[in-house]
Design a protein. Structure first.
Length: 482
């Protein structure tokens, strides 16, 4: 049978389209979220042997687990001086000397130990000796009574509204789907005893709470589109019915004015070359509140030598990527000045930040001169700004110095809430002085004997979450002032 060239091309196009449709319909990545009083984190779920599996160290390392070592088919780790032993191919583990059923065999793939997801409750209960609340259907687990509760209050009237009160600050992402508003909580340990609450109101009909894929969702259904606003303290959310716009009033004009020619655009002088804008910014209006994260060093500039095969430039990029995810989960626009091992001068970093009209600039550093996290602001002493159209390059930060100090204090407070030793300092470190927006530098520090602490996911996750919470607070304050 002979095939024409045109037919072959058509068949290939159909096959490609079919693959694209299948990919677009694929389920989102499965994840399991762990909540503690200090932080929360999500890990990947794998399908193995007909059930869900998770990485053992991904589960335990953020909680402080260390010392995973192997001997033959045994894998041993420690968490808070408690020892746990897992044997490849066995469906039981020995934790604190007791045999614990795992509901499936231990698997090892490329030196990565995998355990059944349903065993997470037994593993955490035995290791931590703390209250564990496991929600298997929603793929969520709560450690040591971590949880945020909420109440709802419907206010009837000509313009009905629903007020949600939370026990702790929250910052969900909001998705509008017709007459439904979905509040998705990705990082907050939100729990509720109510799954569906109907309202005796025509404008706001019901509230539904659900858990799925490591997230919690509140869905509010109304008679028409709804408007959702977050309170300045993060503990209240107000839902109101959007009033339909008034119909336009037709008017007759005696004579339309003749169109006037537009003035010719002016040509701005070009400054020195700046680095390529972050991906996705070309040709788009920058967001109203943009956080620019600057992983220090990069390329030929290795930064501080922290440990064997660990340079500062690599650690700062790792922390910056985690901070980016934390901010995105809080609904805040964010970009990285570098997302690869490239060279960027201090001038290029400042120019790119100012050109993107960033609302906040955060530089990430690391060192081996202490056992704390240091939050720096510019060491400029005079907040005065000279009159004129342009800001002096060397003191451009002066106009935002007080806001930078407020941001630093807020971030420091969030770090202390997570029991992180923190110091507030000033520094002449560039490019802080050249940034127009509120600017801080975060330095993770450790002494030479504990440099491996900087590498652990737990330390990086805690710092990233605290910095993001501080920035989110400042963002909420700005929105409230508007």
């Amino acid at each position: 049978m002979r095939w024409s060239k045109g037919l072959l091309v058509a068949l290939a196009a159909i096959a490609l389209l079919s693959c694209t449709l299948l990919l677009s319909l694929a389920d989102p990545a499965k994840q399991f979220t762990i909540y503690t009083p200090q932080s929360s984190y999500s890990i990947e779920i794998l399908d193995r042997q007909g059930q869900a599996y998770i990485g053992l160290m991904e589960l335990l390392e953020p909680l402080g687990a260390t010392g995973m070592r192997s001997g033959d088919s045994d894998w041993v780790l420690q968490l808070n001086k408690a020892e746990a032993r897992f044997t490849e191919g066995k469906d039981k583990a020995k934790i604190r000397g007791n045999s614990i059923a795992l509901s499936g065999n231990v698997l090892v793939e490329n030196h990565r130990v995998l355990v059944p997801l349903n065993a997470s409750f037994s593993i955490l209960s035995s290791l931590l000796h703390k209250n564990i609340d496991f929600h298997p259907a929603g793929r969520r687990i709560f450690v040591d009574n971590a949880g945020i509760h909420f109440t709802s209050e419907l206010k009837k009237g000509e313009k009905s509204s629903l007020l949600l009160n939370f026990s702790q600050p929250v910052n969900p992402s909001v998705n509008q789907e017709g007459n439904k508003s979905k509040l998705v909580f990705k990082r907050e340990p939100l729990i509720s005893d109510i799954t569906n609450q109907p309202f005796d109101d025509k404008a706001i009909r019901s509230l539904n709470f659900s858990e799925d894929n490591g997230n919690a969702t509140i869905t509010i259904t109304g008679d028409s589109a709804l408007h959702v606003s977050l309170g300045s303290d993060g503990k209240t959310i107000l839902v109101q019915v959007v009033q339909p716009p008034a119909p336009p009033v037709a008017s007759v004009s005696p004579q339309a004015p003749a169109p006037q020619p537009s003035p010719a655009p002016s040509v701005a002088a070009q400054s020195s070359p700046t680095p390529e804008p972050p991906i996705g910014t070309q040709g788009h209006t920058p967001p109203a509140f943009l956080v620019m994260i600057d992983p220090s060093h990069g390329g030929d500039d290795r930064g501080a030598y922290l440990a064997d095969k660990l340079d500062e430039k690599d650690l700062t990029l790792s922390v910056a990527r985690k901070l980016k995810i934390e901010l995105q989960d809080r609904g805040i626009a964010v970009r990285l000045l570098r997302d690869a091992d490239i060279n960027l001068s201090l001038e290029q970093r400042a120019e790119a930040t100012n050109a993107q009209h960033a609302a906040v600039y955060v530089a990430i550093h690391a060192g081996v001169s202490g056992q704390e996290v240091r939050v720096y602001t510019s060491a400029l002493t005079s907040p005065s700004v000279g009159a004129g159209q342009f800001l002096p390059w060397e003191t451009a930060q002066a106009s935002s110095l007080s806001r930078s100090q407020t941001l630093a204090q807020t971030i420091s407070g969030e770090l202390r809430k997570k029991d992180v030793q923190t110091a507030l300092l000033t520094t002449p470190l560039r490019p802080l002085n050249n940034i127009i927006a509120p600017a801080v530098a975060i330095e993770l520090s450790s002494d030479r004997s504990n440099t491996q602490d900087l590498v652990t996911q737990r330390v990086q996750n805690v710092v990233a979450a605290a910095v993001a919470s501080g920035i989110a607070q400042v963002h909420s304050q700005i929105e409230a002032q508007k």
